[in-house]
Design a protein. Structure first.
Length: 390
């Protein structure tokens, strides 16, 4: 395989760490553009790190031009954040001739990013979806009253800085509660999705991860399931594992949807199986970027970043066979879950791999533990100081 074409990873965190660990050992030159210097993932031995003022199209464009000029190649672009996907799609003319990053027209990108606009695609693909309504400033919100509650409320798209102000999602018990939360977001979020809550555990959530070819087939695909989330019932993945028992149905539905959408590259679709009637409902897509826990696929034989690299550089993708053997665990979220274990009976039969720790690349884990120790010591110091003053 030709690995002369470099890679640029924008943003980092655990999904970026999974990308660089999946590519660099094969000899692919990786550049990491980051704006959060305290991220312990940046201590990985892989990749050349370049600090940028932000992760918008305008912020990263000068660095991308320099990398292209220095290497003499059009780099393959890997993204880790919806905000950057949207920003690059809106400014795609600036990147023409600079990077390898396939995108359909912006209308389709926008529809897939704004999770309430995919209803027609789901219906055409024969995929069940929970009853959904949306709230938008200046528009009629009467559809809220027709939903069956409780519901889950999520921002249709998350601008940069969203997670510092708001939760990933909110469970609402009635329509006016949804209206109140949306009103609190005014000026920051223009649109939210309110979706019927699907009864079930975190372990009833499955995800299909794919790299889609230009012809609508999957160059590589993997099926996993959540074990636990933080916050429980509506948060990000804290632990996940392979789900070979659901691979056929989940991957088939995922690829059908993205073929209809004309998506090329990264596409993930999350499902939840109802504890009430067993139906499998699509919850939300993640598109044109690596999913947060996507390294779970690499750990089990399906190297999605390498498949995308081959696609972007017009090379045949090596055959990848899912060999379920290990789970993936975020120790930060797992530490926050300690007080909730009575509510979280779910366990996996697969041994868990710490998302930060690889024996050939230990320093992200070392730096994470260092910052945790510093935080613990500062907290103890504040408590002692309070006792002394009292």
């Amino acid at each position: 395989m030709n690995v002369n074409v470099p890679v640029i990873i924008v943003g980092f965190s655990l999904n970026g760490l999974g990308i660089v660990r999946s590519l660099a050992p094969s000899g692919v030159k990786c550049f990491v553009l980051y704006d959060q210097p305290e991220d312990p993932c940046l201590k990985t031995k892989f990749g050349e790190k370049i600090r940028v003022p932000g992760i918008s199209a305008e912020d990263i464009l000068p660095a991308i031009k320099k990398i292209k000029d220095a290497t003499g190649e059009k780099p393959v672009l890997f993204l880790t954040n919806d905000f950057t996907v949207d920003s690059i799609s809106k400014n795609r003319d600036l990147f023409a001739g600079l990077v390898r990053f396939p995108l359909p027209d912006h209308e389709m990108v926008d529809a897939l990013l704004q999770k309430d606009r995919c209803k027609a695609l789901y219906e055409k693909a024969g995929i069940d979806q929970p009853d959904t309504a949306c709230l938008a400033h200046g528009e009629d919100d009467a559809a809220l009253d027709g939903l069956r509650y409780p519901c889950i409320l999520k921002a249709s798209e998350k601008p940069d800085g969203y997670s510092e102000r708001f939760k990933k999602a909110y469970i609402v018990e009635y329509a006016d509660e949804a209206r109140e939360i949306f009103a609190a977001m005014r000026g920051f979020v223009d649109r939210v999705v309110v979706q019927e809550w699907i009864d079930g555990q975190d372990s009833d959530i499955y995800f299909g991860l794919t790299i889609m070819n230009h012809d609508g087939t999957a160059a590589a695909a993997f099926c996993g399931k959540k074990i636990v989330s933080w916050p429980p019932r509506m948060g990000n993945t804290a632990q996940c594992a392979p789900a070979p028992e659901m691979e056929e149905s989940v991957v088939a539905a995922t690829t059908r949807l993205f073929k209809l959408a004309g998506l090329v590259g990264f596409g993930a679709l999350e499902f939840k199986r109802s504890g009430r009637d067993g139906r499998l409902c699509a919850i939300e897509p993640t598109v044109f970027r690596a999913d947060y826990q996507a390294e779970i696929a690499t750990l089990n034989g399906v190297n999605l970043p390498l498949a995308f690299y081959c696609l972007a550089t017009d090379q045949p993708c090596p055959k990848m066979i899912s060999t379920p053997k290990s789970g993936w665990s975020d120790p930060v979220y797992m530490a926050r879950l300690k007080g909730f274990w009575a509510l979280l009976p779910n366990k996996s039969s697969f041994p868990m791999k710490d998302a930060y720790l690889r024996w050939n690349d230990p320093f992200p884990w070392v730096m994470l533990r260092y910052w945790q120790l510093i935080s613990l010591m500062r907290g103890a110091g504040r408590k002692i100081g309070g006792v002394i003053k009292a």
